[in-house]
Design a binder for this molecule. Structure first.
Ligand SMILES: C[S@@+](CC[C@H](N)C(=O)[O-])C[C@H]1O[C@@H](n2cnc3c(N)ncnc32)[C@H](O)[C@@H]1O
Length: 439
């Protein structure tokens, strides 16, 4: 199959008008216009919509679709465009030699045409992004410099370039140069003066224990250590350039809030969409390849089933909304103090009856934080680890009565932890304490 060539005529095509729905969540479920002058079939198929209408997968070319979609309607874009590195050569994967051809969509059209493509899709993304919106682009050295320049051409303003270090990257077979073990993620905002979303405290104080470079309680830096996708992320087959869920989880939690609309113009197996759905964001994913959207649908259906089966519906929305903010956007967010009584009453079932002896690692940084809720642990060693992460850190020890305890996470089972937005794989033996007795 030969790759369709993009012509200048395609990209200059007159924009078609549609009756766009008012709600930005319905961004792409557009109806054809009844206005006969402008009537034209929409350039895509809505391939999948989840029952809650928070996820949409569109089959089609992202530039064509985005050029006709609603302006200023997306909060964040994550894009993992083709690297254009497919060739006849070989690489090593899990100890086996495999072809470097990922698909026709990844074949290079030459440096100039590849760059023109990056300029075009980024321009189309800029149009649909809200003024305070941000865009992430991931890639290797094969593509990321072109994407970076194309962002500048389109007047984006860089916020960061993240080095995603893969501790388990495949070895280099030729032994003639260094083993490639990182990808770069560019993060940029549309308007220099607009206030973009960055959940600073959630990044600093969240649970990122899988990352050997992130020290608890210290600022999140621009080098992230995250393994390539786990085998469980490939249960239904794999995409040749599938991103790990842990990477997209961090991006989604760093740069969006619940209810935001996230767009992935090169969705592939929809890793971005799964992270968006898991953390209560809306998602639109686009891909030209039916096979990848089929894989995405299977992944979404499994996640939906798991969330329905395993998460207790008895947890009220007000509780999950507060805990989601607490655990991911941090207790240290200034406006977020004591939860309301509904949340306190609900969490009271996860409170021990007897007084408990607890430990807390403190140092200058977390000592200065303003918060009415503190995190303590049953495990002195964990507290020591936190204390050691900073000079002059020390361990505090205290006994608390049940009245001061908001939540003892050791009383939650893994599904309750997950539903409440807590990282269910982490066991810090954590107890959340009200500094004042308010109960
Ligand atoms: C690098 S992969 C993205 C992988 C994805 N991040 C994941 O985790 O599975 C790029 C994807 O873009 C799709 N693609 C290539 N050109 C496209 C276009 N013009 N419009 C929409 N999708 C396109 C390819 O089919 C491929 O699935």
């Amino acid at each position: 199959m030969t790759k369709p060539k993009r012509t200048k005529k395609d990209t200059n095509k007159k924009l078609i008008k549609y009756n766009l729905p008012e709600s930005s969540t319905d961004f792409y479920s557009i109806k054809e216009s009844s206005d006969s002058d402008n009537y034209q079939k929409r350039p895509f198929t809505v391939y999948y919509k989840n029952p809650e209408q928070s996820v949409r997968l569109l089959l089609g070319d992202c530039i064509e679709i985005l050029n006709q979609a609603r302006e200023n309607s997306v909060d964040m874009i994550f894009a993992d465009p083709p690297y254009f590195l497919s060739s006849g050569s070989f690489t090593c994967q899990n100890g086996k030699m495999v072809s470097v051809k990922k698909g026709d969509w990844d074949l290079s059209n030459g440096t100039k045409k590849n760059f023109d493509f990056h300029v075009e899709w980024i321009k189309a993304c800029r149009r649909v992004l809200k003024p305070n919106g941000t865009i992430w682009i991931s890639g290797t050295y094969h593509s990321i410099y072109q994407c970076g320049f194309a962002l500048e051409v389109n007047k984006f303003h860089f916020l960061n370039d993240i080095a995603w270090f893969k501790p388990n990257a495949s070895p280099n077979l030729s032994c003639r140069f260094f083993t490639a073990s990182h990808e770069t993620l560019l993060w940029a905002r549309k308007e220099k003066k607009a206030k973009h979303t960055f959940n600073y405290d959630s990044m600093k104080n969240g649970n990122w224990h899988g990352d050997q470079l992130k020290k608890p309680g210290l600022q999140m830096r621009s080098v992230w250590s995250i393994n390539t996708p786990k085998p469980t992320e490939k249960t239904f087959g794999k995409h040749p350039t599938q991103k790990p869920l842990d990477l997209l989880k961090r991006i989604v939690l760093a740069s969006t809030n619940k209810g935001d609309l996230i767009l992935d113009p090169f969705a592939g197996s929809s890793t971005t969409g799964l992270a968006a759905y898991r953390y209560g964001r809306n998602f639109v994913g686009i891909d030209t390849e039916k096979q990848y959207l089929d894989l995405s649908v299977k992944r979404f259906e499994e996640l939906e089933k798991n969330m329905e089966n395993k998460f207790s519906n008895s947890i009220p929305a007000v509780v999950s909304a507060w805990t989601d903010k607490y655990f991911h956007q941090s207790a240290f967010d200034k406006p977020l103090k004591i939860p309301n009584n509904n949340v306190i009453n609900f969490l009271s079932k996860f409170r021990p009856l007897k007084p408990v002896k607890l430990f807390r690692g403190i140092h200058k940084l977390n000592g200065e934080n303003y918060t009415e809720i503190e995190s303590w642990t049953y495990d002195r060693k964990i507290a020591e680890k936190y204390a050691e992460s900073e000079e002059n850190g020390k361990v505090e020890e205290a006994t608390f009565s049940s009245d001061n305890i908001l939540l003892d996470t050791t009383l939650l089972d893994s599904m309750e932890k997950k539903y409440l937005g807590y990282d269910y794989k982490i066991d810090d033996k954590e107890v959340l304490i009200f500094k004042k007795t308010i109960l």
